[in-house]
Write a protein that binds this ligand. Structure first.
Ligand code: ARG
Length: 462
């Protein structure tokens, strides 16, 4: 047995671990992803141990050099991960001892794998929130570009998926933009609670060595220190919170995807997603399937599943650390990967989407989308809203029967429903008039959309 095969935590046990139990309990196959954070944490810990006189400077230097060469070994694919060493932490520590000898055995002074793993996951999540936030921003910018290009483009706004009132495509994009803004805020807020340092909690109660947690926290760039050792090693609420932020974000992407799927169908034909984001069918030659949005919709379920997984993982655990917590990593990693990938593909897809303005316009005209405008017009002419509502309902029924939009009815025909109608009615029956009239903060008028885009660009650049 070479020294890096010798178990680091088994002296008390007289029997060797059952071979399958060893495999069953090992986490190295998935937690090796944390190697960089593990080494970073160990470097900070050893540095602090030397500054506080618990290790000598020479010992610290040997440990740091060993850890750095282990990092290179891992990055060069030379490192031999071993199931026998159970997890990323013990694999690295065993290798350190093999490389630098007995000094390596001092690294674990004043810490435990319990505070070590909690630290690693927090560092990892903090590291991953950065690219997630920038992919989210890239998507937001792509949405702003589409919104700007299509600020005046009109499509039917829907309620119950029935044509309701005309809206501008820019306004519609800005609705998604707003949702993503809240997601970005939630991400930033969650990052604050992620960035808190468990190290120093040791196994659960703290350590008898006179460690300096402030120093370690500063070395690792933590904003704060977990204030209670039991809490520090046992809770994973930061991971659950991240997964819940991710779930909300995926929910938004999934709803958005649903629209893209509907809009790219032959029946709607409002948008073209770009060939690079669709696939064909192996049997039906005419098909261009919106695979990317469909997959995002599907992957949203995975992220919800991971959230529930983590919540369920925690609910029965007494304080402090329990091995159950080893199960936190796979769902968390999967959520990170899924979210990052989804945002990336979405940002790319939205950068090439094309909008079929004339199809959207035709659809808006078919749906009596300006009926509310006619009712509002009547109210301004002194008709009570409920009466106006009824008049317009009758006019729409007439239009359906004669296959004419309200704007295609003659003045005479319109006046047969209400004497209050005069020649200026046609101004409100046009689609452009309808959207331009909703000219207040948050309304669909192109001028308001452009102002909203300008505000958004200013806030994204800060
Ligand atoms: N691999 C473990 C985990 O992921 C590390 C901590 C193990 N601690 C222990 N006392 N068994 O949670």
């Amino acid at each position: 047995m070479t020294s890096s095969d010798k178990k680091l935590s088994s002296a008390r046990l007289t029997q060797p671990t059952n071979a399958f139990v060893e495999e069953f309990t090992a986490s190295v196959n998935f937690d090796k992803r944390l190697y960089r954070q593990d080494i970073q944490g160990s470097i900070a810990h050893a540095t602090m141990l030397a500054k506080t006189g618990i290790l000598s400077n020479d010992e610290k230097d040997q440990i740091l050099a060993g850890l750095q060469s282990i990092e290179s070994e891992i990055e060069d694919g030379q490192f031999k991960w071993s199931i026998a060493q159970e997890d990323v932490h013990m694999n690295i520590e065993a290798r350190l001892i093999a490389l630098i000898g007995d000094v390596g055995k001092k690294l674990h002074t004043g810490r435990s794998r319990n505070d070590q793993v909690a630290t690693d996951i927090r560092l990892y999540l903090r590291d991953m929130i950065t690219p997630i936030t920038s992919e989210l921003k890239r998507l937001q910018l792509a949405l702003l570009d589409v919104a700007e290009r299509e600020a005046d483009t009109i499509l039917p706004g829907f309620t119950h998926l029935q044509t309701a009132q005309p809206v501008t495509f820019g306004h519609h994009m800005m609705a998604w933009y707003e949702m993503l803004c809240r997601d970005a805020e939630r991400l930033t807020d969650c990052a604050k609670r992620v960035n808190s340092m468990p190290l120093g909690a040791a196994a659960l109660a703290g350590t008898t060595f006179s460690i300096d947690r402030e120093m370690t926290a500063e070395l690792l760039g933590f904003d704060r220190i977990c204030q209670n050792s039991l809490d520090a090693v046992s809770d994973r609420d930061f991971a659950i919170e991240f997964n819940s932020v991710a779930s909300m974000l995926m929910m938004h992407l999934s709803r958005f995807s649903e629209e893209l799927i509907i809009w790219s169908s032959a029946q709607f034909d409002f948008v073209d997603l770009g060939d690079a984001f669709c696939t064909g069918s192996s049997i039906m030659p005419q098909k261009k399937n919106p695979d990317v949005p469909e997959l995002i919709r599907g992957k949203t379920s995975r992220v919800y599943g991971n959230l529930f997984n983590l919540l369920a993982l925690m609910k029965n655990q007494p304080l402090a650390y329990n091995k159950d917590n080893q199960e936190d990593k796979e769902p968390l990693f999967d959520t990170v990967d899924t979210l990052l990938g989804s945002l990336r593909v979405y940002a790319d897809m939205m950068s090439v989407i094309t909008v079929k303005a004339s199809n959207m316009r035709q659809a808006t005209l078919r749906g009596y989308a300006t009926a509310t405008d006619l009712a509002d017009y009547l109210v301004r002419k002194g008709v009570a809203f409920r009466d106006a509502h009824e008049v317009v309902g009758l006019a729409v029924a007439y239009g359906i029967k004669h296959e004419k939009d309200l704007s295609e009815l003659s003045l005479q025909e319109l006046q047969s429903f209400s004497k209050a109608i005069t020649g200026d009615v046609f101004d409100v029956l046009t689609l452009e008039g309808s959207v331009a009239a909703r000219d207040h903060l948050g309304g669909t008028a192109p001028s308001q959309v452009k102002a909203a885009i300008a505000r958004a660009r200013a806030s994204l650049s800060t």
